[in-house]
Design a protein around this ligand. Structure first.
Ligand SMILES: [Fe+2]
Ligand SMILES: [Fe+2]
Length: 186
């Protein structure tokens, strides 16, 4: 049965696929025997900015969190405040990775800075998703049990407005990122 968070949990699975692939890439780069696969990195950053941040975090910030707040959960402290702070941190790390990448491309920075940013992003997002899946979303499923279809409409609206219905396109992108990174490993 659909719950208040089942669509967001499904997004998390797609995001985790990319995070796991990034982690594999991180290990390969740390070992120093692989070149930076720029095209995959660019696709990964685009995925993180559009699917993860604008669309998925948009659904949480504009639909789920306000519904929790309306049901009595405070927004300036506790889990919502922590989640909002982590979304912001994620954005800041992504901006730093892009900056490091631009400098790396101009030869003015080493690959280490790019890898360090990727590492930081993976750790933040893995912990963030773990907390949502196992704590906040369980609370939301109970608090918003009667609001599931209303929330689902809200999530659909964000997908339409923010992603122009390109959600399933990005599911393919996630698959392709994972495949290409696995292919480098061989
Ligand atoms: Fe989140
Ligand atoms: Fe999330």
């Amino acid at each position: 049965m659909m719950s208040a968070t089942s669509e967001l949990r499904r997004d998390h699975e797609v995001i985790m696929k990319v995070l796991n692939a990034m982690d594999l890439l991180r290990v390969m780069l740390r070992q120093g025997n692989k070149d930076l696969p720029l095209e995959v990195i660019n696709d990964t950053i685009d995925f993180a900015k559009n699917f993860t941040d604008r669309c998925h975090h948009g659904k949480e910030e504009d639909v789920l969190f306000p519904a929790l707040n309306a049901a009595g959960m405070p927004k300036d402290e506790g889990p919502i405040a922590v989640m909002l702070r982590e979304h912001k941190q994620g954005r800041e790390i992504l901006a730093r990775i892009e900056d490091a990448l631009a400098r790396y491309n101009h030869g003015s920075s080493s690959i280490d800075e790019v890898i360090a940013g990727i590492e930081e992003y993976i750790i933040l997002m893995q912990h963030h998703i773990f907390k949502e899946n196992n704590i906040l979303f369980n609370i939301a499923d109970m608090m918003l049990r009667s609001k599931s279809s209303e929330l689902s409409k809200g999530y659909g609206r964000i997908e339409h407005e923010v992603m122009h219905d390109k959600h399933s396109h990005y599911e393919h992108v996630a698959e392709s990122i994972a495949e290409r990174i696995n292919a480098i490993k061989k």
